[in-house]
Design a protein around this ligand. Structure first.
Ligand SMILES: Cc1ncc(COP(=O)(O)O)c(C=O)c1O
Length: 598
């Protein structure tokens, strides 16, 4: 839940009322000469009245370290909030939890990096105290660097919901707009503010600590895998809050992966479809697909956990190639499980993985595709848990993978959001992405979760057509069940037997899907539909010839769906399609299929 702080408390009764309203923290001001500054006696009385019931934050501005330390001791403060030009050295001298306040100006990201381990509070760009609101979404660029961010300045009941939904902060802070007179808090205003801030279910809260997205997700694994998933959960929870991990990842994304990838305006397709179409060019990331975003991130986690052997499952081979690449980069042993059918469809990727030093196991059980490869990888993990890290390639599988993979792929949407704002000055109307396990789609969608006007369309594989039953569209035509360690929509019969999936595209050929998409489907936050093999093949040719970009079969499904829906859009409708993979791996198969059509 979003933390709520009410600042500038000057009276015991206001502090008590704030506690009753459910605040998480109160702020006591020690900046001499300002209207809400407290004398020692009043501060002690307020602090004593709420001790143990809320976090007591002392607010300072360029005060000598000794004075801060003295007041923390004498008043009884839990946290110190710094509003001045206090340097990182100064912060280092304070043996208390610190929140550093920064103005939301250009360059705030670099400034924040100078205070790596503490909470940050972003205030109005002019420095705060004015009670005016500002563009709270600025907090997101810091959050995407792994920082815990509070927002402050101009907040009250009338805007806290919107601000919290769009900025998704760790906490919100308000003061002057909750007052009936300077220094006097209005009880009703405080109550409303707290209730509305707490009512915003932050995407940060999902999944819950046990890995559930509503009823979906969780950790349905055999006992032998419980310690491994728990160890990974603990490790990731710590790294998630560790800025040094995100800094290392940011450097790798820039130097090695080639991020940010461009957001490209597709002029000829826009003219043809009659709306404004942008492609997020993740096919230009190293190895030719979005899978590298996740592989690099998890390989870094594995390294930090001291694991030396990496296993992975792969469908199209893109995730296998990305994993083999990351392992080569960090000197880790790599073994990849791939359905035998997929080793045939994606022979070139098998060679790539081997060239990169990985061992590829062709899985001959079941339908010999991704589902069977994943089952085999889980079996291997259970046997070799001590030295082995299982690097799952999609936002599926047992907790914490759906969360972990989403966080690592969210860079797609974070970049796209900034890029579309820079290019068009507004957010898009539609996001399109193909959905296999769901990682590229959730990576694009998630950073727009709070932007209510942005509609999301996830496109599954309708294979030979939904009526024929040979497809890979669990969100469109499946029902909830458990597969590969989590509860999600699945292709299954009445007795829970999983159907074999089918798609032209090996990367979408999976009977399950990630749990967060299952929740988005049920809540209506995203719409899911499906494109057939034939429609995808047409789109593959279409993008090649209209824009000179040969897409992978997977995103061809998203383009196919856009072509179907674009008739309803106007010329100002703004669309972003995630071009999550390039088509090199598919040209041989496309050639055979196109020849058959002649
Ligand atoms: C290029 C490409 N796009 C999409 C996918 C589907 O996976 P996800 O739904 O996890 O993005 C794959 C899977 O291999 C892929 O290679």
């Amino acid at each position: 839940m979003i933390q709520v702080k009410v600042c500038g408390i000057t009276r015991v009764e206001d502090a008590q009322a704030a506690v009753e309203a459910g605040v998480d923290a109160i702020g006591l001001n020690f900046v001499d000469g300002t209207p809400r500054a407290l004398d020692l006696e009043t501060a002690r009385a307020i602090s004593a009245a709420v001790a143990g019931r809320v976090v007591r934050v002392g607010v300072f501005q360029d005060a000598p370290v000794e004075r801060v330390a003295e007041l923390v001791e004498e008043v009884g403060l839990d946290v110190v909030q710094l509003h001045g030009d206090e340097s990182p050295d100064y912060v280092g001298k304070l043996p208390f939890p610190v929140i550093k306040v920064l103005a939301a100006q250009d360059g705030v990201e670099e400034l924040a990096d100078r205070y790596p381990r503490i909470d940050l509070m972003l205030d109005h760009p002019s420095g705060g105290g004015s009670g005016e609101s500002w563009d709270y979404t600025r907090a997101r660029s810091l959050e995407s660097r792994g920082r815990r961010v509070w927002i402050a300045g101009g907040l009250a009941a009338d805007n806290v919901e919107d601000a919290a939904r769009s900025a998704l902060p760790h906490g919100v802070d308000a003061s002057s707009r909750l007052e009936s007179a300077p220094g006097r808090k209005d009880r009703k205003a405080v109550r409303e503010f707290v209730a509305l801030a707490h009512s915003v279910e932050s995407e940060r809260d999902r999944p819950d600590p046990r890995g559930y997205f509503g009823i979906f997700g969780g950790r349905y694994v055999p006992e032998t895998l419980v310690p491994a998933t728990e160890q990974l959960t603990d490790a990731y929870e710590a790294l998630r809050e560790d800025p040094s991990f995100w800094q290392e990842l940011a450097a790798e994304r820039k130097e090695y992966v080639g991020r940010p990838t461009p957001l490209y305006f597709a002029r000829r397709i826009s003219e043809d479809l009659g709306c404004r179409v942008y492609f997020k060019r993740d096919e230009l990331a190293h190895t030719g697909a979005h899978k590298i975003n996740n592989a690099i991130g998890q390989a870094l986690i594995a390294k930090r956990m001291g694991k030396t052997r990496i296993i992975a499952e792969t469908g199209a081979g893109q995730h296998g190639v990305a994993t083999a690449t990351a392992c080569a980069r960090y000197g880790l042993q790599c073994e990849v499980f791939m359905g035998e059918e997929d080793t045939r469809r994606q022979a070139l990727n098998v060679f790539r993985m081997e060239l990169l030093g990985a061992k590829v196991h062709a899985v001959t059980s079941g339908t010999r595709t991704l589902k069977d490869a994943m089952s085999e990888a889980l079996r291997d993990w259970a046997t070799n848990v001590l030295d082995t890290y299982y690097l799952i390639g999609s936002a599926a599988g047992p907790h914490p993978y759906p969360l972990l993979v989403r966080d690592l792929q969210a860079i797609i949407g974070q970049e796209a959001r900034e890029q579309i704002l820079a290019a068009e000055g507004r957010l898009p109307d539609y996001l399109y992405a193909c959905v296999g396990g769901g990682s590229n789609a959730i990576g694009l969608f998630h950073p727009f979760f709070g932007d209510e006007g942005v509609k999301m369309i996830g496109v599954e594989a309708a294979g030979e057509g939904m009526q024929k039953g040979r497809h890979s569209a669990p969100l469109t035509a499946g029902s909830p069940g458990v597969l590969h360690g989590s509860m999600s929509y699945l292709l299954q019969d009445d007795s829970g037997q999983v159907f074999p999936a089918h798609s032209i595209s090996a990367g979408l050929d999976y009977p399950g899907v990630g749990p967060e998409h299952s929740l988005y489907k049920d809540s209506g936050r995203a719409i899911y539909s499906a494109a057939t093999d034939d429609e995808a093949l047409d789109a593959f040719v279409y993008l090649s010839q209209k824009e000179g970009i040969i897409p992978a079969f997977e995103p061809s499904h998203a383009i196919a769906e856009l072509r179907k829906r674009a008739a309803d859009y106007g010329e100002d409708t703004l669309v972003i399609v995630n071009l999550c993979g390039r088509g090199d791996k598919d040209v041989a198969e496309a050639r055979l299929l196109l020849e058959k059509r002649r």
